[in-house]
Design a protein around this ligand. Structure first.
Ligand SMILES: *[C@@H]1O[C@H](CO)[C@@H](O)[C@H](O)[C@H]1NC(C)=O
Ligand SMILES: *[C@@H]1O[C@H](CO)[C@@H](O)[C@H](O)[C@H]1NC(C)=O
Ligand SMILES: *[C@@H]1O[C@H](CO)[C@@H](O)[C@H](O)[C@H]1NC(C)=O
Ligand SMILES: *[C@@H]1O[C@H](CO)[C@@H](O)[C@H](O)[C@H]1NC(C)=O
Ligand SMILES: *[C@@H]1O[C@H](CO)[C@@H](O)[C@H](O)[C@H]1NC(C)=O
Ligand SMILES: *[C@@H]1O[C@H](CO)[C@@H](O)[C@H](O)[C@H]1NC(C)=O
Length: 386
């Protein structure tokens, strides 16, 4: 029995080790990928395969491109391979490079022998083809993928209005971004104290018009497939779009498009009393939320305190109670005068008897109290009758 037990344990450990090893050497899964067959397959050791390997290795070894967009090709004629890799602008260069490396391994592994394939990670995209793909917007709707956030919005019309305004601004900023980067992120306040965060990006080889068209088209796809949902992630070969009610991009790396200043309304909170160099993240919605959180937390703390005191009082007799309170709760806060439980004071001073009276102080009469009320020591055995 012992032999069987330990061999099972060894087997289990071995399996666990194999899992760890395979987990660490394999690339993460794509968010989405396409192995396209319209343009045919290549065969082992064909010139196409050689060109593909060559272009992919020039992308992974490239150390000059620092704007997150790779557009390289290799070969001639029907064996020419064009490849594009694009990183999200809000990630660092080394994260971009390792994402592109992962894509290269993963895509060739998932789509062996396909002349055209596309893979999307959260942080980057890789595509290659025997077709011309540079400076061309891929309008094929079957090459797009939408992942809707399952949460429903509650005020649909207002939400969609905010969304459309935000996306309009981001789209024109991204489209006009130039030939190295076409990217924009920004936020706007949405109904129900929420903030809407959005990101759009095109491959920068597109013209301003093409980038705009690609984003208009994927936005239309959102309203068709995910209308009423709180967020979406859309990937397509020429542009990507994402929005959520939480911030999913890194504002430390990229400039956000500030929300347009709207006329003050009754609903908008007063300007926050923060020092003038404090960055306020988000907007009015967040500030109201902070106020609500503060109120709720304060109420919760008071409630817990009250409950604790009730429980405490039920368990102890009066004298222990008061000793505890004085030593642990009141002593640090009260120095000069202190309002004790009137019953205790009566007992200690024998009902404020004239015999115990030591004198009249600024705060009232001063009494001497018996030794048994030693918890009053901190106040030199004196109780001030208020
Ligand atoms: C390419 O290969 C895949 C399987 O590897 C196959 O399903 C597909 O039909 C092939 N396409 C062409 C055009 O031969
Ligand atoms: C990507 O792969 C290339 C070669 O395959 C390697 O030289 C480079 O260091 C890798 N980059 C990262 C960030 O892993
Ligand atoms: C959203 O609404 C649909 C239909 O109105 C409902 O089936 C679904 O459960 C809702 N989703 C969530 C996350 O509340
Ligand atoms: C690759 O992209 C860069 C930057 O957008 C551009 O200047 C260059 O012309 C492109 N190369 C090709 C072959 O399209
Ligand atoms: C805040 O603004 C006032 C003038 O508007 C300026 O004198 C002061 O130095 C600023 N303080 C900080 C911390 O930026
Ligand atoms: C804001 O101003 C204070 C001095 O008033 C300074 O110590 C702090 O570094 C400033 N913060 C920023 C983000 O500029």
């Amino acid at each position: 029995m012992v032999a069987i037990g330990s061999s099972r344990l060894l087997f289990f450990l071995f399996c666990a080790l194999v899992h760890v090893v395979t987990f660490t050497i394999s690339q993460p899964d794509f968010f989405y990928h396409l192995c396209l067959s319209e343009n045919g397959n290549y065969t082992t050791n064909s010139p196409y395969q050689a060109n593909l390997n060559s272009v992919l290795s020039s992308i992974s070894s490239n150390s000059e491109i620092n704007y997150g967009f790779y557009n390289l090709s290799a070969g001639q004629g029907s064996d020419k391979v064009n490849a594009i890799a694009l990183c999200r602008k809000d990630i660092n260069l080394d994260v971009c490079r390792s994402c592109v490396n992962d894509s290269i391994s993963k895509l060739t592994q998932l789509c062996p022998y396909r002349k055209e394939s596309i893979g999307w990670y959260d942080n980057c995209m890789l595509r290659y083809s025997n077709r011309d793909i540079f400076h061309i917007m891929d309008a094929e709707t079957s090459h797009r993928y939408y992942l809707c956030n399952p949460n429903n919005v509650s005020s649909l019309d207002q939400f969609n209005q905010v969304l459309e305004n935000l996306l309009d601004g981001l789209r024109s900023k991204a489209a006009s971004g130039g030939s190295l980067v076409k990217f924009a992120v920004g936020y706007a306040s949405a109904p129900d104290f929420k903030t809407l965060y959005a990101l759009v990006q095109c491959t920068p080889d597109l013209s301003e018009l093409e980038c705009n068209d690609c984003l208009v088209s994927v936005t239309g796809g959102f309203f068709k497939r995910c209308d009423g949902k709180e967020g979406v992630r859309v990937v397509s070969p020429s542009c990507i779009l994402r929005f959520e009610t939480f911030r999913f991009y890194d504002p430390a790396i990229v400039d956000e498009l500030e929300p347009p200043s709207s006329p003050p309304s009754l609903l908008s909170p007063p300007p926050p009393l923060l020092s003038n160099n404090t960055t306020i993240e988000g907007n009015g919605g967040n500030i109201s939320r902070t106020v609500i959180i503060v109120i709720v937390v304060t109420a919760a703390v008071l409630m817990i305190l009250t409950i604790s005191i009730c429980i405490f009082f039920r368990k102890r007799n009066l004298k222990e109670k008061i000793i505890e309170i004085i030593h642990h709760c009141l002593a640090p806060f009260v120095k000069e005068s202190l309002q004790f439980d009137i019953g205790t004071i009566r007992a200690a001073t024998e009902n404020f008897s004239e015999a115990k009276k030591l004198g009249q102080g600024g705060f009232g009469a001063v009494y001497k109290v018996p030794k048994s009320f030693d918890f009053l020591e901190g106040w030199q055995n004196l109780v001030t009758k208020l």
